[in-house]
Design a protein around this ligand. Structure first.
Ligand code: GCU
Length: 723
């Protein structure tokens, strides 16, 4: 076949593949489909003629080869040493004499960073992807492939990248029976029954996807752990996973149940100051490290939502964390101690409790303890102010925990791109050391000089073919990884990359879809909890609206605790006349939030209890403004559905149809949220809807009667009842 007919055949194959191949989303953003534009493809082909890599970098080399052969349509010859124009040279100073010779400023890349540089070597134009570690080279390879996937120039590269955050960890809330707490993507990907003997190829694909984002840690078990999760048979299962993950730079961590010495060790106590307890943990830790030499450490939820902890023995969180830290320190592990604590016996505003508990302990933790703090003080709501602990613990490294799974944002069927939420938190100014003391600077260590830094994301991954329960939820896994690598990244830029890699580079597709993603979080805030409302969902399952939820075992699990709505008004007074949660923030913020006039309207009802006829900035009453916000949320989703409907020609039918159907579900459920919320609040405010706004489709009783005892992400409700 001559070259013209070869090209023709290739173009034809590429076209047919794009049109015919049903895609289920399994490939994620690592979708190395051939670049259709022929001249662009040829241009890249000239810049990537061969791969030169030492044998120690087989994994990075094979990923690059896989990517290039998919994108550029022909396999790359592999050599050990570069000789030609267009060589892509991979190496570390240890593995490659050429890398050692070149002046690449590699020391600045640290252990995980990399350099990608175009240069001339012995008269040949080559591209070097170099790092100090094998994982660094792999990260560099993924970056290089991303440039081609997103059709960027690769001729004059001079990229220096190093993560701003050390520990970039996925937290799976996966149970040993393969159910996933707050998981909406099917069962757990970890098939415990078949481990350690059967290694599902998915584990490799999972590690690959994590590595493509620089995610370097994973906790495969739930923060509400089973007592048997640390028994020897399970340790062997985690060890098998760790062996698969290790080449991808992904370390395994485990959740630890504080009472394990009693449940598993037969001791009478789990008191952290008891020598027998300490000895039990030491033996357990030694056992783990014998199986997993690079084990990362423990993630602990203690004295929170019924979990055991040191306070059961009148010890502090520091006593508990330090005991574990001491036994793990000789192995180099860390303790991620969660700050998500609040007690049913504590009358204090739930939003204040973590701060009250932990701020006084600043400086009392061992060096290898970090506190893992949720982005906001309640619980992953569609919008929260940043957690007041950020800025309040200069001597204790704080790790930011965000939720990637959408427990409170419509589950998998609502398209809500979370990067703007992460970005909003990261860019919030704590004023801890004056203006510019952002949460990003707290967690990247630059504000207080933390010696350890981290960011954790509660995973949305499950056994569904598309990994995350929906195509667009892949973007949230993706965005978490990119932001954990660099918390200063832009959510829009990340969305652009993701859309191009996951679908197509066509601007007529990319632009509207990115706009849709960027507006989607605000839409969810509007149709669920506008203007600072929070925690208004159905009890327990958290599926759908439930602003009327009250009573039950604890007030701080009800909606009325948070909305405080009555005939007079609505909102939670957290100023000095109320719970005074505002005082937990630095002075300039506390002052801003103390007054209704300076509180950003998007957080108004988080901090203030106001009459229905309170005048908002628009001049309208609070009641009217709320109705307008709820309605705007639904309108945005209708707009998203219409936009998507016009993009059919750019997407394979399988993914197109799935997304269309999900947007229809989202539109219906956004309407449900709006109508149910308005019906409930109107029963208290007794006010008419503003002109032109339709009344709810049903009466309040109807919305209150809806019950979904089998909603995913939670064990079925007892007796299939919602109360
Ligand atoms: C939320 C969630 C729980 C989870 C908890 C946690 O409250 O609903 O399922 O266990 O957060 O973060 O520990």
């Amino acid at each position: 076949m001559n070259s013209v007919s070869r090209r023709l055949l290739f173009a034809l194959l590429a076209m047919t593949a794009a049109q015919v191949r049903a895609e289920d989303g399994y490939e994620l953003w690592l979708r190395y489909h051939a670049i259709a534009n022929e001249s662009l493809r040829e241009h890249y082909q000239q810049a990537a003629t061969e791969i030169a890599a030492p044998s120690t970098l087989a994994l990075a080399q094979s990923e690059l080869s896989r990517g290039l052969s998919g994108l550029l349509g022909r396999p790359e010859p592999i050599t050990i040493q570069s000789t030609r124009n267009g060589s892509i040279v991979l190496g570390t100073p240890r593995s490659s004499p050429l890398i050692t010779q070149l002046d690449l400023s590699l020391p600045k890349a640290g252990n995980e960073g990399y350099v990608i540089r175009s240069l001339t070597h012995e008269g040949h134009r080559i591209t070097v992807i170099a790092a100090n570690s094998d994982a660094g080279v792999l990260y560099g390879v993924f970056h290089f492939l991303r440039l081609i996937q997103t059709q960027q120039p690769i001729d004059a590269l001079d990229i220096h990248e190093a993560p701003r955050i050390q520990h970039r960890i996925l937290n799976h809330w996966d149970n040993l029976d393969r159910s996933v707490e707050r998981g909406y993507a099917g069962q757990s990907i970890f098939d415990w029954q078949k481990l350690p003997d059967y290694l599902d190829p998915r584990y490799t694909d999972y590690a690959r996807a994590c590595a493509s984002l620089g995610i370097n840690g994973t906790v495969p078990t739930n923060v509400n752990p089973s007592p048997i999760g640390l028994t020897a048979p399970y340790l062997r299962k985690y060890a098998a996973l760790a062996n698969v993950f290790r080449p991808y730079g992904l370390r395994v961590y485990l959740t630890a149940r504080f009472s394990a010495p009693i449940e598993m060790g037969g001791l009478k106590t789990a008191d952290p100051l008891d020598p027998a307890v300490r000895a039990w943990w030491k033996a357990k830790v030694d056992e783990i490290y014998a199986l997993i030499p690079d084990f990362g450490g423990f993630l602990v939820k203690a004295n929170s939502e019924g979990q055991p902890g040191p306070q059961d023995y009148h010890r502090t969180h520091a006593d508990g964390a330090n005991m574990l830290a001491d036994v793990i320190a000789p192995h180099g592990g860390i303790i991620l101690w969660r700050a998500f604590v609040y007690s049913k016996d504590e009358p204090q505003d739930r939003a204040k409790q973590a701060y009250s508990e932990f701020a006084p302990l600043d400086g009392q933790f061992r060096d290898n303890v970090v506190l893992q703090v949720k982005n906001g003080p309640i619980d992953f709501q569609p919008r929260e102010p940043f957690h007041p602990l950020f800025g309040a613990m200069p001597h204790t490294p704080l790790v930011l925990e965000v939720q990637i799974t959408k427990e409170y944002l419509g589950f998998a069927t609502h398209l809500v791109y979370l990067a703007p939420l992460f970005e909003e938190t990261l860019r919030s100014d704590t004023y801890a050391r004056g203006k510019g003391s952002t949460v990003a600077r707290v967690i990247d260590g630059s504000l207080f000089g933390y010696h350890t830094t981290g960011m954790a994301g509660v995973s949305n991954i499950g056994a569904d073919r598309n990994w995350t329960g929906s195509q667009f939820d892949q973007a949230n896994w993706y965005a978490f990884g990119r932001m954990a690598w660099n918390p200063l990244s832009s959510s829009r830029q990340i969305a652009q990359d993701w859309v191009k890699m996951t679908f197509t580079n066509e601007p007529a597709f990319v632009e509207p879809v990115v706009d849709m993603m960027m507006g989607s979080r605000e839409a969810a805030v509007n149709y669920m909890t506008p203007m600072g409302l929070h925690h208004q969902m159905a009890r327990t399952t958290h599926y759908g609206p439930g602003p009327w939820v009250s009573g039950g075992s604890r007030a701080d699990w009800t909606s009325t605790y948070y909305n405080r709505a009555d005939a007079w008004g609505i909102g939670f007074d957290r100023t000095a006349s109320g719970s005074n949660a505002v005082e937990q923030y630095a002075k300039p913020i506390a002052a801003e939030l103390a007054s209704t006039k300076s509180t950003p309207e998007q957080l108004l009802l988080w901090f203030h209890h106001l009459p229905w006829d309170y005048r908002t900035k628009s001049g309208r009453t609070l009641w009217d403004e709320l109705v307008i916000h709820y309605s705007a949320g639904v309108q945005t989703v209708s707009g998203m559905r219409r936009t998507w409907a016009g993009l059919q020609s750019y997407v394979d039918p399988q993914r197109f149809n799935e997304i269309s159907a999900f947007l229809t579900i989202q539109e219906k459920e956004a309407q449900w949220w709006r109508d149910a919320s308005i019906a409930y609040f109107q029963s208290l405010s007794k006010r008419p809807l503003p002109a032109g706004y339709a009344p709810p489709g049903h009466d309040l009783k109807y919305y209150e009667s809806l019950c979904f005892p089998y909603a995913p992400g939670h064990a079925p409700l007892p007796d299939a009842k919602c109360e």
